[in-house]
Design a protein around this ligand. Sequence first.
Ligand code: 5AD
Ligand code: SF4
Length: 450
Amino acid sequence: MLMELRENYQKGARVLIRTYGCQMNKYDSELLMGILVDNGYRLVDCERDADVILVNTCSVREHAEKRALGRLRQFVGMKSNKPGLIVGVYGCMAQRYGDEMLKEVPGIDIVAGPDSFPRILEAVRNAESSAQICTTLGDFDGEGWRPYRKTNSLSGWCAITRGCNNYCSYCIVPYVRGHERSRPLDDIIREVESAVQQGVREITLLGQNVNSYFDGEHDFADLLKAANDIEGLWRIRFATSHPKDFSDKLISAMRELPKVCEHVHLPVQAGSNRILKLMNRGYSREDYLELVDKIKDNVNGVALTTDLLTGFPTENEEDFEQTLDLMKSVKYSGAFTFKYSPRPGTKAAEMENDVPEKTKISRLEQMIKVQQESAAEFSRNLVGTTQEVMFEENSPKNPRNMRGRARNGKIVEVTGEGIKKGDVWTVKINDAQTWVLFGEKIDKLIDNRQ
Ligand code: 5AD
Ligand code: SF4
């Protein structure tokens, strides 16, 4: 029976990969898919069809971990009807739990940390005979690993660094993803070129802190310059930027390189200097606001988005008011807002988690309200302007309309005739909802001939 199953897997077994967490996780899932598809596995979307299920997990908040554990138990439970089903946990949570995961989810077959994709094939192949644990954080060299690309995808990701050295006091990332490693510039450029050959027109360069990219010779601005020279690539985005490392050289690169889009995701986390210090963020409120002014002054039409955390230990009303105040003065076009949750092993977890849950919820609601007002204002201010839009899909509500993104990241919808996926047009904006702008096409700038 076992031999039979093993042969089945090797002859096109069906794989499902579920992804939780950040863009880096989505990219890592694409790496896993690339490796498995290259070795004869087939991708499926539904767990009922799968012979192998991998759950790529996130440890950044407790809530995300609980949800993933629930899913994993449910998938392992499916083994009673489907003997031979392989269930694996991948990513940050696998790294954090290690072989403890076998106690949390008895019956799990693979526990593989976020750097273990080079060993995933071996782990899947061996999993029928015994549980496979691979959680050593190794050196990552991108050579030879190609992310899986859907044939019609216009946007792609590329990891330029892995890991993180910042040790923000609330954050588990350095413990689960290891220290920061930058990939050599040539590897990155080769990977992006190969994505472009497969139809990708917009690339997002990913790292926990892209601004500290350094491969021994080139910094992040150098990398943007090299990416800007890739023929057939039309847009370059990047995330995430750490405010403490955002250099003047990078601001000049954003201003001068035509393919680099005018959007910066610049997590602030909090607006009070006392809390920023406890968070070990490495900048003050004043430093941050000065940087924002510099970016806005130099990068025409730039959109700023951010991450915000409320309920950090000792956060009082006055601290929180400073966060709201900062949000109002920056006027973000979008923000991810979170309630603090203590993560075992971090510095902040040694402090008392003293902000009551009710207070956290009420502060979160206030942040969301301010955030929606500023996103709506950002959109309203674009009415009457002309935006460059790369079209990506039919509008879900009105399939005759086409949707795409402006360079600043806002979604733009227009009536669709004569527009193909991947075409770039100038669009006059006539109307705005908080998250979607509406307009009419003016000139075609790029025809996505393929
Ligand atoms: N609790 C809640 N949110 C967190 N983040 C990071 N660590 C925690 C935590 N312990 C948020 C930060 C970060 C985003 C990815 O997740 O805002 O920027
Ligand atoms: Fe979650 Fe952070 Fe890991 Fe991304 S790097 S999956 S956000 S814990």
